[in-house]
Design a protein around this ligand. Sequence first.
Ligand SMILES: [Fe+2]
Ligand SMILES: [Fe+2]
Length: 392
Amino acid sequence: MWGRRVVAALQPHQASLCTNTAHPMRCCTRMASQRQKIQQKVRRHNKGVASGSWHAVTLCRGGLVLAGCRLPARASLDEPAPPSSLHAAALDVLHEPDPFAKATMTAAYHRQWFAGDIPATWAPGDDTDGRAPPDRPGRSDLVRIVDPADVPRRRKGLNDASARAVLLHSLCHIESWAVDLSWDAIARFGAREDMPRGFFDDFCRMAADEARHFLLLVEALERNGAVYGDYPAHDGLWDNAMDTKDDLLLRLAVEHAVHEARGLDVLPGAIRRFRKVPGAEGVTCADMLEGVIYPEEITHCAAGVRWFRYLHRRRGYEDAGETLEEADEETACQSTFHDIVRKHFHGLLKPPFNHVARAEAGMPQDWYLPVASKGRPTQRTKTGFANGEQRC
Ligand SMILES: [Fe+2]
Ligand SMILES: [Fe+2]
């Protein structure tokens, strides 16, 4: 029985996520006598897997899952050695082409960073050997990339499993890119902007959240009869990110205070649609979105806004050599944000807004209402993201 389960779990991209809190305990007991056997099978299998051994494991609330069995959180079965710095960890993930490997590496590096096993935010030589932050992160050909106009349309009603799969697949793809975006902020800007330790902490935590979201959504996708890669997708999110690759202030504004904030506007609608689905699956998906992903996305938006304010204030000091009053500083910060949206977002922000979540993220209405449209219809653009379809 164990042999069959191991082999099944070792099929590339099919590792499963265990979310049943009772399950790991039961599995650990049963696994004690089987662990050696399983490890031998994994090693044998991994010899034949071109992209390494990452397919063998996946996350389970801080632990590792193998064939539905939880290993201790710090099990070393496939744990990468701690890199010289978090910057180097970010580059590892960005250059890794397999989205599942990105997620598992992210979880490992997050654990190592907060355990103090990674000694520095940045170290000299991290970028050598052609390891500068790539303009396009490693991506396997698992998902076919198409023009935004050719991406399957999401349907409003989710009673049908295929309709749920289309939506979940699209969310999986967004989360996978969000993993890269979080690490890109560290690799591209952390050292260059001489950002403090808190910046590295926040974006490492964000990367781990996005990786967990990706794996949770993949599991939901599989419950609904599809796997990641079954549908084509577009990469507008990354194209947008590259528009802001030269300036951290632009990146924080456009990716976090615009796109992630937009995710907060639309997520409650998706949750409501899942709640309307008869049966357990709709409830499971709604609970996952509402209980895990939504509150964590608020913290991502909050981090973006917080670091935008920090950098704006710091640059203001550098430019003017003087300190503004707090109220003036906030007004100047909002005005800079408005300028950035007008110049770099290529459109106005689209209501309705989730004022409560945005306020929780530290973004009062003065931030976004002055650059909001009056409810124009969604326009699909080349990247698919301006003035309409954004995160989630
Ligand atoms: Fe996410
Ligand atoms: Fe996020």
